[in-house]
Design a protein around this ligand. Sequence first.
Ligand code: ASP
Length: 315
Amino acid sequence: MSGTDYVIALHGGAGTIARERIDASPFHAGLKAALDAGAGILEAGGSALDAVEAAVASLEDCPLFNAGRGAVYTADATHELDASIMEGTGLRAGAVAGIATARNPVCLARRVLERGGPILLAGEGARLFAQEEGMDGVPDGYFHSEHRLAQLRFIQAGGNRHAALDHSVHVTGPIADDRKFGTVGAVARDGQGRLAAAVSTGGMTNKRPGRIGDSPIVGAGIYANDRTCAVAATGTGEAFMRAVVAHDIHARMLYRGESLEEASETVVKSLLPALGGEGGLVAVDGAGRVAMPFSTRGMYRGVRRTGEPGWTAIF
Ligand code: ASP
């Protein structure tokens, strides 16, 4: 990879994805469309920050993933979406939590970043911010989906009072089990060597209203620093927060001299399981190396580099 080459890597969530039960092609198409959206910007000399925002917005618009349009339900059968974005040159970040009025939460998070004040806006304050920015125009019922509601009812009927990772909810019976979804995230290195990351999620199915996971928390579900890496995570949010996953990878690289691969494998495959956490992440370093470890059966993911068509994978 030369100094002016770019790379973008993304994920569409991790979980107990049953190989025999999914029709993989729409997922590959959704991932590819998002890679193309981000790579188009990088190809034209655009920034890593713009590229990850575009890639994640594309995944938010795709109902197959647990973010934006395809977001899962809370225990009260409502929606509370979280998103974040960060760039590694000036360490600027923006995040929103517990919102259901913005069509593309990642774009609202970007607006928070650009305003340069608070980094994380939640609930009513985030709703008002979206209104002020003219980004609250989501039609009624936009986030509703019968399949998602069935997923919630299925968990609740089983007496499960816990929240579940989207990809691990296996709805059986009349509901087709070929539609596993997931939190989305992207990381990129642009032609000028700048890094950025973005994450968006509906959270976990049956989560307690008001619960905020790792996705909008800088250092937990997301981090970017040009000195080391950019990271976008997915998985059981509480464990990711306790392990401060994204920042830990950065710190291991900076202070211990670990490689991107070594740091991210250790965190995902040793530290997180020790806390009862599961999931995965995508990460890129300043040299454009990519790591995509996961501890679940599968993780929807893809990579595209300068001059290459890119690839996507699930298992
Ligand atoms: N990390 C997300 C959360 O805990 C869930 C996911 O990645 O699917 O809200």
